[in-house]
Design a protein around this ligand. Structure first.
Ligand SMILES: *Cc1c(COP(=O)(O)O)cnc(C)c1O
Length: 398
């Protein structure tokens, strides 16, 4: 049996004490099928060929590893940006969407379902379904459909059916419930694409493996530019944790590399309006796995807050809960205001408008004690076009 490491969960999907599969009885056949087949399918020669060809020719990989000279000068150390913002559709989510849709096809599935909050994962999934000519249904809270009109329009243009979730708070949690209900009702022909390193085993491991192309490229690119394949630090923002898992993956079992995960502090960690899960959460079950969850004493999930839709999530993937608990990862947080300031700073210094999520990772540079000898790689998970309305509201700050 494979040994567990920080990289790999055990055969039941546990990273330390976090992970597993906590699902209704009626989902067992679907999750079992995926669990018994995902590794064989993913590492088939033809699968790898098609996956990597699409990453290259459709997504535009490898994404550059860019030495940000003026930013480096500001912090008096070397800072490289891993440019996931240059991917087709503008973020890292497409890596996982391609992987899962190819896998679904090999499982003989004819229908793809997904849930989305802000719509980023829905757009990535709808994109790949259009490419592959496969039916796509995206569940989305009714309230989110109103708030995220441009992404709803994108999904519809791409041929997806967007179904409103009208129960409860009419947001992500309710959309997830609808997607799970759909999957239970369509066990043989449907694959459920989860968008981050969350959900029941094997999703966290599967998504981390699809996103691990990020750190695979970083290693090779650093080797070429610096002569060494290991950086001193890798910094990434964490919502569910997929861009961080991808950027950390090939460094997880390299103890010399410091892994820095940055959560959203919202209005401040203790303001009651935040999404800093490791600071505020306790062990609990969310979205099918055991992890850290922001919850009340009696286990009610707390409504999170972040200015960035992608980090506005009350949980964190089990790999990250384990990195936090074991001390292997350093967990920092940045407030809404810190993130906006860091975004404007990057625009002026490097001519890059970052996503609000990625701006949290940039903001964490201010909190790090730097000697000047570091080689820092920061995962710029996405571009800021989608956040322009928010940035426009903050324009008076600059
Ligand atoms: C969705 C998203 C995130 C957060 O998701 P993770 O799974 O934590 O990576 C971060 N950055 C961008 C640009 C996103 O779209």
């Amino acid at each position: 049996m494979e040994q567990t490491t920080y990289q790999r969960p055990d055969e039941h999907g546990y990273y330390g004490s976090f992970g597993g599969a906590y699902i209704p009885e009626m989902l067992h056949p679907n999750v079992e099928e995926l669990k018994s087949r995902y590794l064989d399918i993913m590492y088939e020669e033809n699968f790898q060929k098609e996956f990597h060809a699409l990453l290259r020719d459709y997504v535009g990989r490898p994404t550059p590893l860019f030495l940000a000279e003026r930013l480096s000068k500001q912090y008096n150390t070397a800072i490289y940006l891993k440019r996931e913002d240059l991917n087709h559709t503008g973020a890292h989510k497409i890596n996982n969407a391609i992987g899962q849709v190819l896998l679904a096809q090999r499982l003989g599935k004819k229908r793809i379902i997904a849930e989305t909050g802000a719509g980023q994962h829905g757009v990535a999934t709808a994109t790949v379904c259009a490419l592959k000519g496969i039916e796509c249904i995206v569940y989305m809270g009714e309230k989110d459909i109103e708030r995220q009109a441009p992404n709803v329009a994108r999904m519809r243009m791409l041929g997806a059916t967007v179904i409103p979730a009208v129960s409860g708070s009419k947001t992500l949690k309710d959309a997830t419930n609808e997607a799970i209900r759909d999957w239970i009702n369509n066990p043989t022909d449907t694959h459920y694409v989860i968008g981050s390193v969350v959900g029941p085993h094997p999703y966290p491991d599967m998504v981390a493996r699809f996103q691990s192309v990020i750190s695979e490229e970083i290693k090779a690119q650093l080797k070429v530019t610096t002569g060494k394949e290991l950086p001193s630090h890798v910094i990434a923002c964490v919502g569910g944790g997929s861009n961080a898992a991808g950027a950390f993956y090939h460094f997880l079992d390299e103890p010399s590399v410091q892994l820095v995960a940055v959560e959203a502090a919202g209005h401040g960690v203790n303001s009651g309006r935040s999404a800093a899960t490791t600071q505020l959460g306790n062990p609990g079950v969310l979205h099918g796995s055991k992890s850290l969850v922001m919850q009340t004493a009696d286990g009610q999930v707390v409504e999170p807050h972040s200015i960035s839709a992608g980090l506005d999530y009350p949980g964190i993937g089990p790999m990250h809960a384990h990195l936090f608990k074991s001390g292997r990862g350093t967990f920092l947080s940045a407030t809404d205001d810190d993130a906006v300031a860091a975004a404007f700073n990057l625009c002026k210094l490097e001519g890059i408008i970052p996503a609000l999520e990625s701006s949290h990772a940039l903001a964490a540079l201010n909190q790090m004690k730097l000697s000047g000898k570091e080689t820092i790689v920061l995962c710029l998970s996405g571009r800021g076009d989608k956040d322009l309305a928010t940035y426009m509201n903050k324009m008076d700050r600059i």
